[in-house]
Design a protein. Structure first.
Length: 170
């Protein structure tokens, strides 16, 4: 009889131990989930802003700007032609990986006679969608097509770049 009674107390102690720590573990999980939900673990906001292009185009300066009174924004960028010859820009395309992708327009087109070593200011206006929200980090993928008038037939070349920055107010 004594053995049976002693055995039941051991199992009761084990069950109480597991129950107590299960509740503590559940509270910790809920706390971590709440912190994650409110963005405490979002380390992307601490990463530096960057502009990456191939060595053919050096990114000198860049910014994302959105006027709060308008529903659209701008992507401003300054590139240096490092190709080694004069080029003509044929087209630009701006997008990102958002569900509703970023779309911008570039006027006037084309940029012609962009000489080697010269910086060019490029402004994409009318940017909308694609998580283009003031104060938020946004990524833009830029595809540029250019040709060299010195080459017969002026074949088109494609260069891809990426800008990651925080959308600011003007």
């Amino acid at each position: 009889m004594y053995k049976k009674f002693y055995k039941s107390h051991k199992s009761q102690a084990a069950l109480e131990f597991l129950t107590t720590y299960a509740w503590a573990f559940l509270v910790i999980l809920i706390t971590v989930g709440a912190l994650y939900y409110f963005g405490v673990f979002d380390f992307a906001k601490f990463l530096p802003q960057r502009c990456l292009f191939t060595s053919q185009f050096e990114c000198i300066d860049f910014s994302f700007v959105k006027d709060p009174s308008l529903s659209t924004g701008e992507i401003r960028l300054r590139l240096n032609n490092n190709i080694g010859e004069t080029i003509n820009m044929v087209s630009f395309e701006v997008t990102n990986d958002a569900v509703d992708p970023l779309s911008c327009s570039f006027l006037p087109l084309p940029i012609s006679d962009w000489q080697q070593g010269i910086e060019q200011d490029i402004v994409f206006s009318g940017c909308s969608n694609g998580v283009f929200i003031t104060g938020e980090r946004t990524e833009a993928k830029i595809t540029m097509k250019y040709c060299s008038p010195a080459t017969s037939g002026c074949p088109k070349h494609t260069v891809n770049g990426k800008i990651t920055a925080i959308v600011n107010e003007p």
